[in-house]
Write a protein that binds this ligand. Structure first.
Ligand SMILES: [Fe+2]
Ligand SMILES: [Fe+2]
Length: 224
């Protein structure tokens, strides 16, 4: 483990700044799901668990910003308000949008996040960044479990919603592949790795491993 001050780069700053935005956006999406759960009269414990995720994602955004500050950023980047929250398909029942949102944010999103964070932890040696990665990883594992629990409840309530899962998952995976599965991305050298930055090839490989192994395993475990 290295002690501060560690050398830093624009890529380090950009990556941690993106992380702030991603955590904040996940908090917004989880709050939308919590509201939808309230609207359909879901059990209190599911609503409360969803709100707990909101709180933890806001905490993740704040902790990721601490790392930005260490890397030299004074203020968070403004968030694009239009990108926050989840889309509602006006003609579809709310329950269907809940299934889609749960799949996107918790099931696939958190399963991918856990796998990527595990790769970040392998290379990160800057102590404060490593501590944040450890915290995020622990929380995202719990969020992933909650996602599959929520999905199982939604499908128990409406077994026909399984068709939405079958339709939606390949589409969500294709979206992720279009972003993370293509060549490009930032250059990652020893400075970036020390701050826990991993390159596009790692994101791409982890995505395929998640799709082939981890996602089916989680679905099977929760009997979905
Ligand atoms: Fe998070
Ligand atoms: Fe999370």
């Amino acid at each position: 483990m290295s002690e501060l001050p560690a050398p830093v780069s624009k890529v380090v700053l950009g990556t941690w700044s993106d992380r702030v935005q991603a955590e904040y956006a996940t908090g917004a999406a989880a709050s939308q799901l919590a509201l939808w759960l309230i609207q359909i009269g879901a059990p209190r414990e599911l609503i409360v668990a969803s709100l707990r995720v909101v709180e933890e994602e806001l905490d993740h955004a704040a902790r990721a910003f601490e790392i930005c500050r260490l890397a030299g950023l004074d203020r968070p980047r403004p968030v694009d308000r239009a990108s926050l929250g989840l889309p509602r398909q006006p003609d579809a029942p709310l329950e269907h949008d809940l299934v889609r949102g749960c799949l996107r944010v918790f099931c696939l999103g958190e399963t991918y996040a856990v796998a990527v964070l595990a790769e970040m932890r392998k290379v990160c040696t800057v102590v404060p960044a490593r501590a944040v990665i450890e915290q995020l990883l622990a929380d995202e594992v719990a969020h992933r479990s909650f996602g599959f629990e929520l999905l199982a409840w939604l499908l128990e309530r409406d077994p026909a919603a399984r068709a939405i899962v079958d339709d939606e998952l390949p589409r969500l995976v294709a979206e992720l592949r279009a972003t993370f599965g293509t060549p490009g991305g930032v250059e990652v050298g020893p400075i970036e790795a020390a701050w826990g930055v991993v390159g596009r090839p790692v994101y791409a490989a982890v995505l395929e491993q998640v799709v082939a192994t981890e996602l089916p395993r989680q679905l099977a475990r929760s009997s979905v």
